[in-house]
Design a protein around this ligand. Structure first.
Ligand code: PMP
Length: 441
């Protein structure tokens, strides 16, 4: 008897495989491959001793151990949420009242991805509009597709999303009667995944001003995804977007311990406007009714006794070396192509954004990607980072997160060799014909 398939929900049918799953699988399948694609964090600096000591402290006291090994609450450990608020205020150099926040505006989540998911699920019906910069973080746009959102994009430059163009877009949506569908403006405001670029202070202020001005049918929420805020190596600092929303009405800030501490704790947190907190907790109640309690107790101790802050310094130093290894290797291996090839020099975060000549298609089914696999290096095709068509085909996201400096240099050397071949391949034009005409997959 033929067994029929399951009647998958509309949401399941809208959900695509995350591109990163394929890229991760490719990396696992070939141990000699240097993956400049994975967004994994540095192995060497993971807090082994700190975790050993803090978990020991919790477990050597039977009472503390039992509390930490029991279920926690849906919003998360109160003392941790208070410490997180103090942590944010320290970064902002202000009082909690200046941000319109108390610890009750803070929810601890299973990574900041859960916060992004739940906030979006709370606000977005199929057909609603979410505005992101182009490019943007592709896991989040995958979430938006599964929620049925229409993602509209605004170009960015070296100072992040072009808020002048955001203003034009919002004006246009109002003129054409679609403003009522706009629910969220999303920005990775520090050392963006994928470009490594940050939003300027003026644009942070402008973004909030626009959310306020265009909140005519309902409030438009600015999501400040500040996942990389603490991974600063040099260069300027910027206030959080919430700094420009002193009454805490138009902004949600999402942060995480995955990058500055340990991804394995999968613990993040969000600061929400008052009237989003209860709806958020109700949804989180359906997800998991509380994030990992043990991790929260451990992280609380780390924040309280200063080991977290010491650890972040260590992580920053490790990534600074890797960032330097990558940009130095790019300069060495492709410096002579500077007229045709450019890349960002991030002052924090984990990513470098590489722009090749327009004739080179970096897509997964294209010549360059296949040639790089043959040579043993993996990158993220930039087109994944564009939520709306047409996506530029000639960009690449490189990550220096997980690979050691020697392998970063070798990976860049392999990539540069493949790019040179792509540039020389087409006998007709002398340029990148092979990049388009010989699909490999
Ligand atoms: N936001 C951005 C921009 C990210 O790059 C990531 C992880 N790659 C996340 C959010 C989510 O990370 P986590 O859930 O581990 O906090």
């Amino acid at each position: 008897m033929k067994v029929p398939g399951f009647g998958l929900s509309d949401k399941a049918l809208r959900t695509r495989e995350q591109p990163i799953s394929y890229l991760m699988a490719a990396a696992v399948g070939n141990p000699d491959l240097i993956s400049l694609a994975a967004g994994l964090v540095d192995y060497e600096s993971l807090p082994i001793e700190v975790s050993h000591s803090l978990s020991g402290q919790i477990l050597q006291d039977a009472k503390a151990g039992r509390i930490a090994l029991q279920y926690g609450t849906t919003p998360g450990l109160k003392q941790l949420r208070e410490a997180l608020l103090a942590h944010l205020c320290k970064m902002e150099e202000c009082e909690a009242a200046d941000l319109g926040l108390t610890a009750d505006n803070c929810v601890v989540t299973a990574g900041s991805q859960q916060a992004l998911y739940i906030i979006s699920d709370l606000l977005v019906n199929p057909g609603d509009i979410v505005i992101t910069s182009a490019p943007t973080y592709f896991v989040y746009t995958g979430t938006l597709s599964s929620l049925g959102a229409e993602v509209l994009t605004v170009p960015m430059d070296d100072s992040g999303m072009r808020t002048d163009l955001l203003e034009e877009l919002l004006e246009d949506l109002e003129r054409t009667g679609r403003l009522d569908r706009v629910k969220i403006i999303y920005e990775v405001s520090y050392y963006q995944n994928p470009s490594g670029l940050s939003l300027s202070t003026e644009r942070r202020e402008h973004m909030v001003r626009l959310a306020r001005r265009f909140s005519k049918h309902h409030r438009i929420l600015v999501i400040d995804d500040a996942a990389y805020r603490e991974l600063r190596y040099d260069g300027p600092t910027w206030p959080g977007i919430k700094r420009f929303d002193p009454e805490n009405r138009f902004t949600a800030t999402c942060m995480t311990f995955s990058k500055p501490f340990a991804a394995g704790y999968k613990t993040g947190y969000a600061f929400l406007p008052d009237d989003l907190v209860d709806p958020f907790l109700q949804q989180k109640g359906n997800h998991d009714f509380g994030s990992c309690n043990f991790a929260q107790h451990l992280i609380h101790r780390a924040l309280n006794d200063g080991t977290y802050q010491t650890h972040v310094e260590k992580v920053r130093a490790a990534y600074r070396l890797k960032r330097d290894a990558m940009v130095d290797a790019l300069a060495e291996c492709m410096g002579d192509l500077r007229d045709e090839v450019s890349w960002t020099r991030p002052s924090g975060g984990l990513y470098v954004w590489l722009t090749l000549p327009e004739c080179i298609d970096t897509g997964r089914d294209q010549w360059l990607f296949g040639r790089c696999l043959e040579k043993g290096v993996l990158y993220v095709p930039g087109a994944y980072c564009y939520a709306s068509d047409p996506a530029p085909i000639n960009r690449i996201r490189l990550s220096y997160g997980v690979v050691d400096p020697t392998s970063i240099r070798e990976g860049v050397r392999r990539l540069a060799a493949a790019v040179r071949e792509a540039l020389q391949h087409d006998p007709a034009t002398g340029r990148g014909g092979a990049a388009r005409s010989q699909p490999t997959a």
